[in-house]
Unconditional design. Sequence first.
Length: 266
Amino acid sequence: MSRIAIVSAMTEELGRLHEHLDPGALCERHGGRDFWVGRMDGRDVVIVLSRIGKVAAATTATLLASHFDVSALVFTGAAGGIGPHVQVGDVVVATGLLQHDMDASPIFPRFEVPLYGADRFAADIALSSAVAAAVADALAPDAPHATDGLRPALAALAAARAAAGLPPHQPRLHQGLVLSGDCFVSSRAQCDQLLAWHPEALAVEMEGAALAQVCADFGLPFAVVRTISDRADDQAHVDFPRFIAETASRYTLAIVSGWLKGPGGR
């Protein structure tokens, strides 16, 4: 691999990555975005805040592909869990991404992206597998050297579950379908409808499928890794801000750094 792009939608998700860049990183501004170009864990990287939503993600991915000649793109951040076994603190690595608010029917089938002949875009298998391995290592309870960076976040999650009267939960890795749309899913009714349409879906967010479409256009390998910040239900508006403030950046740094140091990031 040559230069790798690392993208998040929110400042809180990227904060610790900026601190982890080697001295001498340079900032280039394109399209109203700051692209930090430098080295991290022995790799050439460009780190950028995409902002929130599908259009913002598509703009950012296009700039990365056209201006920075990146060889791979990893999008990392938070998402709402909708799969029945997906809990706050778990991590989902996407195998495919679909826009749940795409509807050009009756001209095209609902959810199908017009003129692409498909309703979803597959993530790069090798890249996603390498990122998933880094996630598994970061979450493994028997790998203290890997979980040091996550220890405060995991402790905060455990305390929050206990305070809410919930049983202990060891965060887990999931791999599967991630849904994207330009709305914050925050009700049980919305979750139930999404699962009725896409029963295999694990998580919902606001950027991944748009980024995936751009990467497909440019032939750019990509992976999307999402830490579950809330259950995308009626308590999502409470859980999401707390998770973003307290734990999101720790997850991002532990996962990205572990991947870059491992064989998959070489």
